[in-house]
Design a protein around this ligand. Structure first.
Ligand SMILES: NC(=O)C1=CN([C@@H]2O[C@H](COP(=O)(O)OP(=O)(O)OC[C@H]3O[C@@H](n4cnc5c(N)ncnc54)[C@H](OP(=O)(O)O)[C@@H]3O)[C@@H](O)[C@H]2O)[C@H](O)CC1
Ligand SMILES: [K+]
Length: 499
Protein backbone atom coordinates (compact mmCIF):
# COMPACT_ATOMS: atom_id res chain seq x y z
CA UNK A 1 0.00 0.00 0.00
CA UNK A 2 1.25 3.47 -0.75
CA UNK A 3 0.18 6.03 1.82
CA UNK A 4 -1.29 9.12 0.19
CA UNK A 5 0.06 12.33 1.71
CA UNK A 6 -0.69 15.99 1.16
CA UNK A 7 1.84 18.16 -0.71
CA UNK A 8 2.89 19.71 2.59
CA UNK A 9 3.41 16.30 4.18
CA UNK A 10 5.47 15.12 1.18
CA UNK A 11 7.80 18.11 1.50
CA UNK A 12 8.30 17.48 5.19
CA UNK A 13 8.80 13.74 4.64
CA UNK A 14 11.40 14.48 1.98
CA UNK A 15 13.28 16.76 4.36
CA UNK A 16 13.37 14.25 7.19
CA UNK A 17 14.37 11.46 4.79
CA UNK A 18 17.27 13.52 3.42
CA UNK A 19 18.40 14.57 6.86
CA UNK A 20 18.31 11.09 8.36
CA UNK A 21 19.98 9.44 5.39
CA UNK A 22 22.51 12.23 4.97
CA UNK A 23 21.55 12.58 1.31
CA UNK A 24 21.53 15.84 -0.64
CA UNK A 25 18.24 16.94 -2.19
CA UNK A 26 20.15 17.10 -5.48
CA UNK A 27 20.80 13.37 -5.20
CA UNK A 28 17.11 12.68 -4.65
CA UNK A 29 16.34 14.78 -7.72
CA UNK A 30 18.79 12.65 -9.69
CA UNK A 31 17.08 9.48 -8.46
CA UNK A 32 13.69 10.90 -9.49
CA UNK A 33 15.03 11.86 -12.93
CA UNK A 34 16.56 8.39 -13.34
CA UNK A 35 13.26 6.75 -12.38
CA UNK A 36 11.45 8.85 -14.95
CA UNK A 37 14.01 8.07 -17.67
CA UNK A 38 13.94 4.36 -16.95
CA UNK A 39 10.18 4.36 -17.55
CA UNK A 40 10.52 6.62 -20.58
CA UNK A 41 13.15 4.45 -22.24
CA UNK A 42 11.01 1.36 -21.79
CA UNK A 43 8.14 3.01 -23.61
CA UNK A 44 9.48 5.42 -26.25
CA UNK A 45 11.96 5.19 -29.06
CA UNK A 46 15.02 7.32 -29.83
CA UNK A 47 13.40 8.37 -33.08
CA UNK A 48 10.99 10.69 -31.30
CA UNK A 49 12.07 14.30 -30.73
CA UNK A 50 11.48 15.41 -27.16
CA UNK A 51 10.73 18.95 -25.95
CA UNK A 52 11.08 19.40 -22.18
CA UNK A 53 9.39 22.45 -20.69
CA UNK A 54 10.91 23.48 -17.37
CA UNK A 55 9.89 25.87 -14.61
CA UNK A 56 12.51 27.18 -12.22
CA UNK A 57 11.52 25.15 -9.15
CA UNK A 58 12.49 21.59 -8.37
CA UNK A 59 10.00 20.23 -10.87
CA UNK A 60 11.95 22.20 -13.47
CA UNK A 61 15.16 20.81 -11.95
CA UNK A 62 13.81 17.29 -12.56
CA UNK A 63 13.16 18.31 -16.17
CA UNK A 64 16.71 19.59 -16.72
CA UNK A 65 18.17 16.42 -15.17
CA UNK A 66 15.88 14.30 -17.38
CA UNK A 67 17.14 16.19 -20.45
CA UNK A 68 20.76 15.39 -19.55
CA UNK A 69 20.06 11.72 -18.83
CA UNK A 70 17.95 11.10 -21.94
CA UNK A 71 20.41 12.90 -24.16
CA UNK A 72 23.23 10.78 -22.78
CA UNK A 73 21.24 7.72 -23.87
CA UNK A 74 20.93 9.04 -27.41
CA UNK A 75 17.45 10.56 -27.20
CA UNK A 76 17.00 13.85 -29.11
CA UNK A 77 16.09 16.46 -26.50
CA UNK A 78 15.44 20.23 -26.44
CA UNK A 79 14.86 22.24 -23.28
CA UNK A 80 12.53 25.24 -23.03
CA UNK A 81 12.63 27.28 -19.83
CA UNK A 82 9.88 29.42 -18.36
CA UNK A 83 11.86 31.59 -15.99
CA UNK A 84 15.20 33.16 -15.17
CA UNK A 85 17.92 31.06 -13.62
CA UNK A 86 18.34 33.79 -10.98
CA UNK A 87 14.85 32.85 -9.67
CA UNK A 88 15.64 29.13 -9.76
CA UNK A 89 16.06 26.82 -6.79
CA UNK A 90 19.58 25.65 -5.93
CA UNK A 91 18.94 22.19 -7.38
CA UNK A 92 17.49 23.64 -10.55
CA UNK A 93 20.63 25.73 -11.02
CA UNK A 94 22.96 22.85 -10.18
CA UNK A 95 21.35 20.83 -12.95
CA UNK A 96 21.32 23.74 -15.37
CA UNK A 97 25.05 24.21 -14.82
CA UNK A 98 25.80 20.66 -15.91
CA UNK A 99 23.36 20.54 -18.84
CA UNK A 100 25.54 19.56 -21.81
CA UNK A 101 26.01 22.48 -24.20
CA UNK A 102 24.96 20.40 -27.20
CA UNK A 103 21.38 20.34 -25.86
CA UNK A 104 19.26 23.19 -27.24
CA UNK A 105 18.14 25.33 -24.29
CA UNK A 106 15.83 28.19 -25.19
CA UNK A 107 13.49 30.48 -23.27
CA UNK A 108 9.85 29.59 -23.82
CA UNK A 109 9.18 33.15 -24.98
CA UNK A 110 11.56 32.68 -27.95
CA UNK A 111 9.69 29.73 -29.45
CA UNK A 112 8.53 30.26 -32.99
CA UNK A 113 5.28 28.30 -32.79
CA UNK A 114 4.86 28.26 -36.57
CA UNK A 115 8.00 26.17 -36.85
CA UNK A 116 7.83 24.31 -33.52
CA UNK A 117 7.86 20.52 -34.04
CA UNK A 118 8.37 17.61 -31.66
CA UNK A 119 6.91 14.17 -31.03
CA UNK A 120 6.87 14.19 -27.25
CA UNK A 121 6.30 17.06 -24.80
CA UNK A 122 7.54 16.60 -21.26
CA UNK A 123 5.98 18.94 -18.71
CA UNK A 124 8.39 19.83 -15.91
CA UNK A 125 7.02 23.32 -15.36
CA UNK A 126 5.33 22.98 -11.99
CA UNK A 127 4.81 20.05 -9.65
CA UNK A 128 3.63 19.86 -6.07
CA UNK A 129 4.82 23.43 -5.44
CA UNK A 130 1.80 24.89 -7.26
CA UNK A 131 0.12 27.34 -4.90
CA UNK A 132 -2.22 29.36 -7.13
CA UNK A 133 -4.12 28.95 -10.40
CA UNK A 134 -2.02 29.34 -13.53
CA UNK A 135 -1.60 32.77 -15.02
CA UNK A 136 0.83 34.66 -17.23
CA UNK A 137 3.40 32.62 -19.13
CA UNK A 138 2.61 29.35 -17.32
CA UNK A 139 -0.99 29.66 -18.46
CA UNK A 140 0.15 30.55 -22.00
CA UNK A 141 2.50 27.58 -22.08
CA UNK A 142 -0.12 25.13 -20.89
CA UNK A 143 -2.66 26.35 -23.43
CA UNK A 144 -0.12 26.19 -26.24
CA UNK A 145 1.13 22.74 -25.28
CA UNK A 146 -2.37 21.30 -24.84
CA UNK A 147 -3.18 22.33 -28.38
CA UNK A 148 -0.20 20.42 -29.86
CA UNK A 149 -1.07 17.09 -31.44
CA UNK A 150 1.75 15.22 -29.73
CA UNK A 151 2.31 12.82 -26.87
CA UNK A 152 2.29 14.73 -23.58
CA UNK A 153 3.93 13.48 -20.38
CA UNK A 154 3.88 15.19 -16.98
CA UNK A 155 6.66 14.91 -14.44
CA UNK A 156 5.23 14.28 -10.95
CA UNK A 157 2.06 16.35 -11.52
CA UNK A 158 0.54 17.98 -14.59
CA UNK A 159 1.31 21.71 -14.34
CA UNK A 160 -1.69 23.54 -12.89
CA UNK A 161 -3.16 20.61 -10.97
CA UNK A 162 -3.11 21.24 -7.21
CA UNK A 163 -1.99 18.12 -5.34
CA UNK A 164 -4.89 17.90 -2.92
CA UNK A 165 -7.89 19.63 -4.47
CA UNK A 166 -9.87 20.20 -7.62
CA UNK A 167 -8.23 22.17 -10.43
CA UNK A 168 -9.07 25.85 -10.68
CA UNK A 169 -8.71 27.02 -14.27
CA UNK A 170 -6.35 25.43 -16.79
CA UNK A 171 -3.87 22.59 -16.39
CA UNK A 172 -1.56 20.57 -18.60
CA UNK A 173 -3.36 17.64 -20.22
CA UNK A 174 -1.02 14.67 -20.01
CA UNK A 175 -1.37 11.29 -21.64
CA UNK A 176 0.88 9.95 -18.88
CA UNK A 177 1.81 11.34 -15.49
CA UNK A 178 4.91 9.83 -13.95
CA UNK A 179 4.68 10.62 -10.27
CA UNK A 180 7.30 9.99 -7.61
CA UNK A 181 7.01 7.64 -4.65
CA UNK A 182 3.27 7.92 -3.98
CA UNK A 183 0.30 9.31 -5.90
CA UNK A 184 -0.96 12.73 -4.97
CA UNK A 185 -4.64 12.69 -3.98
CA UNK A 186 -5.91 14.85 -6.80
CA UNK A 187 -4.26 12.64 -9.43
CA UNK A 188 -6.85 10.04 -8.40
CA UNK A 189 -9.93 12.22 -8.88
CA UNK A 190 -12.03 11.03 -11.83
CA UNK A 191 -12.52 14.72 -12.65
CA UNK A 192 -8.78 14.97 -13.36
CA UNK A 193 -8.56 12.01 -15.74
CA UNK A 194 -8.09 14.29 -18.75
CA UNK A 195 -5.12 15.99 -17.07
CA UNK A 196 -3.42 12.98 -15.52
CA UNK A 197 -3.87 10.41 -18.28
CA UNK A 198 -2.38 7.07 -17.24
CA UNK A 199 -0.80 7.34 -13.83
CA UNK A 200 2.62 5.75 -13.36
CA UNK A 201 4.08 5.65 -9.84
CA UNK A 202 7.87 5.40 -9.64
CA UNK A 203 9.68 4.47 -6.47
CA UNK A 204 12.52 6.86 -5.58
CA UNK A 205 13.70 4.83 -2.62
CA UNK A 206 11.99 6.56 0.30
CA UNK A 207 11.37 3.66 2.65
CA UNK A 208 7.85 3.04 3.97
CA UNK A 209 9.01 3.72 7.53
CA UNK A 210 9.43 7.41 6.69
CA UNK A 211 5.72 7.56 5.94
CA UNK A 212 4.80 6.23 9.39
CA UNK A 213 5.08 9.56 11.11
CA UNK A 214 2.54 11.16 8.78
CA UNK A 215 -1.12 10.89 9.48
CA UNK A 216 -3.24 9.70 6.59
CA UNK A 217 -5.84 6.99 6.32
CA UNK A 218 -5.79 6.99 2.52
CA UNK A 219 -3.85 4.42 0.54
CA UNK A 220 -3.12 3.53 -3.06
CA UNK A 221 -3.37 -0.22 -3.58
CA UNK A 222 -0.49 -2.13 -5.18
CA UNK A 223 -0.49 -5.54 -6.81
CA UNK A 224 1.35 -7.11 -3.88
CA UNK A 225 -1.43 -6.02 -1.49
CA UNK A 226 -3.90 -8.00 -3.56
CA UNK A 227 -1.66 -11.04 -3.80
CA UNK A 228 -1.34 -11.28 -0.04
CA UNK A 229 -5.10 -11.01 0.45
CA UNK A 230 -5.96 -13.94 -1.79
CA UNK A 231 -6.79 -17.34 -0.36
CA UNK A 232 -4.79 -20.19 -1.78
CA UNK A 233 -6.71 -23.24 -2.93
CA UNK A 234 -5.06 -26.57 -3.59
CA UNK A 235 -5.63 -29.74 -5.56
CA UNK A 236 -7.89 -31.26 -2.95
CA UNK A 237 -10.18 -28.24 -2.74
CA UNK A 238 -13.82 -29.19 -3.11
CA UNK A 239 -16.46 -27.13 -4.94
CA UNK A 240 -18.03 -26.44 -1.54
CA UNK A 241 -14.79 -24.66 -0.52
CA UNK A 242 -15.46 -22.05 -3.18
CA UNK A 243 -18.74 -21.07 -1.64
CA UNK A 244 -22.45 -21.09 -2.24
CA UNK A 245 -23.55 -17.76 -3.60
CA UNK A 246 -27.09 -16.50 -4.11
CA UNK A 247 -27.67 -13.65 -6.56
CA UNK A 248 -31.00 -11.88 -6.24
CA UNK A 249 -32.28 -9.56 -8.95
CA UNK A 250 -33.76 -9.20 -12.42
CA UNK A 251 -37.09 -7.88 -13.59
CA UNK A 252 -38.87 -7.72 -16.96
CA UNK A 253 -36.39 -6.25 -19.44
CA UNK A 254 -33.52 -6.33 -16.96
CA UNK A 255 -32.72 -9.99 -16.51
CA UNK A 256 -29.38 -9.54 -18.24
CA UNK A 257 -28.01 -7.74 -15.20
CA UNK A 258 -28.30 -10.77 -12.93
CA UNK A 259 -26.94 -13.02 -15.71
CA UNK A 260 -23.84 -10.86 -15.92
CA UNK A 261 -23.38 -11.06 -12.14
CA UNK A 262 -23.79 -14.84 -12.24
CA UNK A 263 -21.30 -15.34 -15.08
CA UNK A 264 -18.81 -13.03 -13.39
CA UNK A 265 -19.08 -14.95 -10.11
CA UNK A 266 -18.47 -18.22 -11.97
CA UNK A 267 -15.43 -16.82 -13.77
CA UNK A 268 -14.09 -15.47 -10.46
CA UNK A 269 -14.08 -18.98 -9.06
CA UNK A 270 -17.38 -19.64 -7.30
CA UNK A 271 -18.29 -23.25 -6.84
CA UNK A 272 -22.04 -23.01 -6.70
CA UNK A 273 -24.18 -20.14 -7.92
CA UNK A 274 -27.92 -19.85 -7.41
CA UNK A 275 -30.04 -17.04 -8.71
CA UNK A 276 -33.38 -15.83 -7.45
CA UNK A 277 -35.42 -14.11 -10.17
CA UNK A 278 -39.05 -13.38 -11.13
CA UNK A 279 -40.95 -16.33 -12.66
CA UNK A 280 -40.59 -15.27 -16.30
CA UNK A 281 -36.81 -15.57 -15.93
CA UNK A 282 -36.66 -19.30 -15.19
CA UNK A 283 -36.49 -20.68 -18.76
CA UNK A 284 -34.32 -17.79 -19.92
CA UNK A 285 -31.76 -18.25 -17.17
CA UNK A 286 -31.70 -22.02 -17.54
CA UNK A 287 -31.21 -21.93 -21.26
CA UNK A 288 -28.54 -19.24 -21.25
CA UNK A 289 -26.30 -20.12 -18.29
CA UNK A 290 -26.00 -23.83 -17.73
CA UNK A 291 -23.81 -23.62 -14.64
CA UNK A 292 -26.28 -21.76 -12.40
CA UNK A 293 -29.26 -22.93 -10.42
CA UNK A 294 -32.42 -20.88 -10.65
CA UNK A 295 -35.13 -20.26 -8.08
CA UNK A 296 -38.07 -17.97 -8.63
CA UNK A 297 -40.23 -15.71 -6.50
CA UNK A 298 -44.02 -15.92 -6.43
CA UNK A 299 -44.59 -13.16 -9.00
CA UNK A 300 -43.94 -13.57 -12.70
CA UNK A 301 -42.78 -10.08 -13.68
CA UNK A 302 -41.19 -8.50 -10.64
CA UNK A 303 -39.26 -9.67 -7.64
CA UNK A 304 -42.01 -9.74 -5.01
CA UNK A 305 -40.87 -12.21 -2.35
CA UNK A 306 -37.78 -13.48 -0.57
CA UNK A 307 -36.21 -16.94 -1.02
CA UNK A 308 -36.69 -19.63 1.62
CA UNK A 309 -33.93 -20.83 3.96
CA UNK A 310 -31.38 -18.14 3.28
CA UNK A 311 -28.88 -19.83 5.55
CA UNK A 312 -28.14 -22.33 2.76
CA UNK A 313 -25.91 -19.67 1.24
CA UNK A 314 -22.46 -18.44 2.21
CA UNK A 315 -23.24 -15.05 0.76
CA UNK A 316 -26.00 -13.13 -0.99
CA UNK A 317 -25.73 -10.33 -3.53
CA UNK A 318 -28.83 -8.33 -4.25
CA UNK A 319 -29.86 -5.57 -6.61
CA UNK A 320 -28.82 -5.97 -10.26
CA UNK A 321 -31.78 -5.33 -12.56
CA UNK A 322 -34.15 -5.76 -9.63
CA UNK A 323 -36.41 -2.73 -10.09
CA UNK A 324 -37.75 -0.57 -7.28
CA UNK A 325 -41.39 -1.68 -6.97
CA UNK A 326 -42.88 -1.48 -3.51
CA UNK A 327 -43.25 -5.25 -3.31
CA UNK A 328 -39.59 -5.59 -4.30
CA UNK A 329 -38.69 -3.18 -1.51
CA UNK A 330 -40.55 -5.41 0.97
CA UNK A 331 -38.75 -8.50 -0.33
CA UNK A 332 -35.44 -6.66 0.12
CA UNK A 333 -36.41 -5.71 3.66
CA UNK A 334 -37.27 -9.30 4.42
CA UNK A 335 -33.87 -10.49 3.17
CA UNK A 336 -31.94 -7.77 5.01
CA UNK A 337 -33.76 -8.64 8.24
CA UNK A 338 -33.42 -12.38 8.04
CA UNK A 339 -30.01 -13.04 6.49
CA UNK A 340 -27.05 -12.81 8.83
CA UNK A 341 -24.24 -13.70 6.39
CA UNK A 342 -22.10 -11.43 4.23
CA UNK A 343 -23.84 -9.49 1.50
CA UNK A 344 -23.24 -7.30 -1.53
CA UNK A 345 -25.85 -4.58 -1.99
CA UNK A 346 -25.95 -3.01 -5.43
CA UNK A 347 -27.97 -1.10 -8.02
CA UNK A 348 -31.74 -1.03 -7.39
CA UNK A 349 -31.27 -2.41 -3.88
CA UNK A 350 -29.28 0.78 -3.19
CA UNK A 351 -31.92 2.92 -4.89
CA UNK A 352 -34.59 1.40 -2.65
CA UNK A 353 -32.48 1.81 0.49
CA UNK A 354 -31.79 5.44 -0.47
CA UNK A 355 -35.50 6.19 -0.05
CA UNK A 356 -36.12 4.14 3.10
CA UNK A 357 -34.66 5.17 6.44
CA UNK A 358 -35.89 1.90 7.98
CA UNK A 359 -33.82 -0.07 5.45
CA UNK A 360 -30.73 2.07 6.02
CA UNK A 361 -30.95 1.00 9.65
CA UNK A 362 -30.55 -2.61 8.52
CA UNK A 363 -27.10 -2.04 7.02
CA UNK A 364 -24.47 -4.01 8.96
CA UNK A 365 -20.73 -4.65 9.09
CA UNK A 366 -21.31 -7.81 7.04
CA UNK A 367 -22.29 -5.77 4.02
CA UNK A 368 -20.48 -4.26 1.04
CA UNK A 369 -22.39 -1.49 -0.70
CA UNK A 370 -21.32 -0.74 -4.27
CA UNK A 371 -22.84 2.55 -5.48
CA UNK A 372 -21.70 4.53 -8.48
CA UNK A 373 -21.71 8.30 -8.08
CA UNK A 374 -25.38 8.81 -8.91
CA UNK A 375 -26.46 6.02 -6.55
CA UNK A 376 -24.22 7.39 -3.82
CA UNK A 377 -25.72 10.82 -4.28
CA UNK A 378 -29.19 9.27 -3.82
CA UNK A 379 -28.00 7.42 -0.71
CA UNK A 380 -26.54 10.45 1.03
CA UNK A 381 -29.12 12.83 -0.41
CA UNK A 382 -26.43 15.37 -0.94
CA UNK A 383 -24.26 16.89 -3.58
CA UNK A 384 -21.18 14.76 -4.11
CA UNK A 385 -19.92 16.65 -7.14
CA UNK A 386 -16.72 17.84 -5.47
CA UNK A 387 -14.22 15.05 -4.98
CA UNK A 388 -12.79 16.28 -1.68
CA UNK A 389 -16.28 16.37 -0.15
CA UNK A 390 -17.24 13.09 -1.77
CA UNK A 391 -14.29 11.27 -0.22
CA UNK A 392 -15.27 12.69 3.19
CA UNK A 393 -18.90 11.66 2.64
CA UNK A 394 -17.84 8.12 1.80
CA UNK A 395 -15.98 7.95 5.10
CA UNK A 396 -18.92 9.36 7.02
CA UNK A 397 -21.32 6.90 5.40
CA UNK A 398 -19.16 3.86 6.03
CA UNK A 399 -18.64 4.85 9.65
CA UNK A 400 -22.27 5.75 10.30
CA UNK A 401 -23.64 2.47 8.96
CA UNK A 402 -20.63 0.28 9.72
CA UNK A 403 -20.40 -1.19 6.21
CA UNK A 404 -17.69 -1.38 3.57
CA UNK A 405 -18.44 1.07 0.78
CA UNK A 406 -17.16 0.75 -2.78
CA UNK A 407 -17.62 4.05 -4.54
CA UNK A 408 -17.29 3.07 -8.18
CA UNK A 409 -15.51 5.17 -10.78
CA UNK A 410 -11.98 5.78 -11.98
CA UNK A 411 -9.76 4.63 -9.08
CA UNK A 412 -12.79 3.20 -7.24
CA UNK A 413 -12.65 4.14 -3.58
CA UNK A 414 -13.06 1.42 -0.96
CA UNK A 415 -13.89 2.75 2.51
CA UNK A 416 -13.99 0.62 5.63
CA UNK A 417 -15.81 1.43 8.88
CA UNK A 418 -12.38 1.56 10.55
CA UNK A 419 -11.85 4.73 8.55
CA UNK A 420 -9.35 3.42 6.00
CA UNK A 421 -9.79 4.49 2.38
CA UNK A 422 -8.20 2.55 -0.45
CA UNK A 423 -7.89 3.84 -4.01
CA UNK A 424 -7.83 1.08 -6.61
CA UNK A 425 -5.11 1.29 -9.25
CA UNK A 426 -6.66 -0.85 -12.00
CA UNK A 427 -9.36 0.10 -14.48
CA UNK A 428 -9.95 1.50 -17.90
CA UNK A 429 -12.16 4.03 -19.61
CA UNK A 430 -13.64 1.06 -21.45
CA UNK A 431 -15.30 -0.09 -18.21
CA UNK A 432 -17.71 2.82 -18.58
CA UNK A 433 -20.30 0.68 -20.33
CA UNK A 434 -23.63 -0.85 -19.26
CA UNK A 435 -23.43 -3.96 -17.13
CA UNK A 436 -19.90 -3.62 -15.78
CA UNK A 437 -21.33 -2.74 -12.35
CA UNK A 438 -23.28 -6.03 -12.39
CA UNK A 439 -20.02 -7.78 -13.22
CA UNK A 440 -18.35 -6.21 -10.18
CA UNK A 441 -21.21 -7.39 -7.95
CA UNK A 442 -20.67 -10.96 -9.13
CA UNK A 443 -16.90 -10.76 -8.62
CA UNK A 444 -17.17 -9.35 -5.08
CA UNK A 445 -19.92 -11.82 -4.14
CA UNK A 446 -17.76 -14.64 -5.40
CA UNK A 447 -14.90 -13.65 -3.08
CA UNK A 448 -17.29 -13.35 -0.13
CA UNK A 449 -18.55 -16.85 -0.95
CA UNK A 450 -14.97 -18.11 -1.07
CA UNK A 451 -14.59 -16.99 2.54
CA UNK A 452 -12.83 -13.64 2.13
CA UNK A 453 -13.47 -10.92 4.71
CA UNK A 454 -15.66 -8.02 3.55
CA UNK A 455 -12.57 -5.81 3.28
CA UNK A 456 -10.53 -8.35 1.31
CA UNK A 457 -13.44 -9.25 -0.98
CA UNK A 458 -13.94 -5.57 -1.77
CA UNK A 459 -10.24 -4.94 -2.41
CA UNK A 460 -9.66 -8.08 -4.50
CA UNK A 461 -12.97 -7.72 -6.33
CA UNK A 462 -12.39 -4.15 -7.40
CA UNK A 463 -8.78 -4.88 -8.39
CA UNK A 464 -9.57 -7.94 -10.53
CA UNK A 465 -12.61 -6.30 -12.09
CA UNK A 466 -10.50 -3.28 -13.06
CA UNK A 467 -7.71 -5.45 -14.42
CA UNK A 468 -10.17 -7.55 -16.42
CA UNK A 469 -11.52 -4.26 -17.83
CA UNK A 470 -8.01 -3.20 -18.82
CA UNK A 471 -7.32 -6.52 -20.54
CA UNK A 472 -10.67 -6.47 -22.33
CA UNK A 473 -10.06 -2.86 -23.39
CA UNK A 474 -6.66 -3.76 -24.86
CA UNK A 475 -8.42 -6.21 -27.19
CA UNK A 476 -11.75 -4.55 -27.84
CA UNK A 477 -11.00 -0.84 -27.30
CA UNK A 478 -14.17 1.26 -27.36
CA UNK A 479 -16.07 -1.81 -28.50
CA UNK A 480 -15.62 -3.41 -25.06
CA UNK A 481 -18.82 -4.77 -23.48
CA UNK A 482 -19.43 -6.15 -20.00
CA UNK A 483 -19.32 -9.76 -21.26
CA UNK A 484 -15.77 -9.15 -22.57
CA UNK A 485 -14.77 -8.08 -19.07
CA UNK A 486 -16.15 -11.32 -17.64
CA UNK A 487 -14.20 -13.38 -20.17
CA UNK A 488 -10.98 -11.68 -19.06
CA UNK A 489 -11.38 -12.43 -15.34
CA UNK A 490 -9.49 -15.77 -15.57
CA UNK A 491 -6.58 -13.96 -17.26
CA UNK A 492 -6.28 -11.64 -14.27
CA UNK A 493 -5.23 -14.64 -12.18
CA UNK A 494 -2.62 -15.57 -14.75
CA UNK A 495 -1.47 -11.97 -14.80
CA UNK A 496 -0.88 -12.05 -11.05
CA UNK A 497 0.67 -15.50 -11.13
CA UNK A 498 -2.22 -17.02 -9.16
CA UNK A 499 -3.65 -20.47 -9.73
N1 LIG B 1 8.46 14.72 -3.86
C1 LIG B 1 9.65 14.21 -3.98
O1 LIG B 1 9.92 13.26 -3.37
C2 LIG B 1 10.59 14.85 -4.89
C3 LIG B 1 10.20 15.92 -5.64
N2 LIG B 1 10.95 16.52 -6.54
C4 LIG B 1 10.36 17.41 -7.49
O2 LIG B 1 10.15 18.67 -6.89
C5 LIG B 1 8.85 19.12 -7.17
C6 LIG B 1 8.43 20.17 -6.20
O3 LIG B 1 9.33 21.23 -6.35
P1 LIG B 1 9.11 22.69 -5.72
O4 LIG B 1 10.32 23.46 -6.01
O5 LIG B 1 8.71 22.56 -4.34
O6 LIG B 1 7.85 23.23 -6.50
P2 LIG B 1 7.51 23.39 -8.04
O7 LIG B 1 8.67 23.15 -8.90
O8 LIG B 1 6.30 22.58 -8.29
O9 LIG B 1 7.09 24.91 -8.11
C7 LIG B 1 8.07 25.90 -8.02
C8 LIG B 1 7.56 27.21 -7.58
O10 LIG B 1 6.65 27.76 -8.51
C9 LIG B 1 5.88 28.77 -7.88
N3 LIG B 1 4.47 28.66 -8.27
C10 LIG B 1 3.48 28.06 -7.62
N4 LIG B 1 2.33 28.16 -8.27
C11 LIG B 1 2.59 28.85 -9.39
C12 LIG B 1 1.81 29.29 -10.46
N5 LIG B 1 0.51 29.03 -10.52
N6 LIG B 1 2.39 29.99 -11.44
C13 LIG B 1 3.70 30.29 -11.38
N7 LIG B 1 4.52 29.90 -10.38
C14 LIG B 1 3.97 29.20 -9.39
C15 LIG B 1 6.07 28.61 -6.41
O11 LIG B 1 6.90 29.63 -5.97
P3 LIG B 1 6.35 31.02 -5.42
O12 LIG B 1 7.57 31.71 -4.93
O13 LIG B 1 5.73 31.72 -6.60
O14 LIG B 1 5.35 30.74 -4.37
C16 LIG B 1 6.74 27.23 -6.33
O15 LIG B 1 7.53 27.11 -5.19
C17 LIG B 1 8.04 17.89 -7.21
O16 LIG B 1 6.80 18.04 -7.85
C18 LIG B 1 8.99 16.96 -7.96
O17 LIG B 1 8.88 17.12 -9.35
C19 LIG B 1 12.40 16.22 -6.47
O18 LIG B 1 13.10 16.50 -7.55
C20 LIG B 1 12.65 14.78 -6.13
C21 LIG B 1 11.99 14.35 -4.94
K1 LIG C 1 4.91 18.96 -14.09
Amino acid sequence: MLKILSARQIKSLEESYLEEKGILSLELMETAAEAFCQWYMQNFSRRQDIAIFCGTGNNGGDGIAIARLLSRQGYPVCVYTLGDAKDGTADYNSNLNILPTNIVNKPFSNIDWERFRCHVIIDAMLGIGLNKPLEGKYLDAVKKLNSQKTMRIAVDMPTGLPSDKLVDGEAFQAHYTVTFQTPKLSALFPEHAAYVGDLVVKDIGIDGKYFNGYESSRYFVEEKDILERHKIFHKASHKGDFGKVLLVGGSKGKLGAIMLSAKAALRTGSGLISTFVPGFGLPIMQSSIHEVMVETCTGNDILDSAPENLDRFDTIAIGPGMGTDEKTAEALKNILESYKGKMVIDADALNIIAKRKDLKELITSQMILTPHLKEFERMVGDDVKYPEGRIEKALEFSQTYGCVLILKGLHSLITTPAGIQYFNPTGSQFLATGGTGDVLTGVVASYLGQGYSVENAALCGVYHHGLAGQLAGEDQRRGTIASDVIEKIPETYKNLGLS
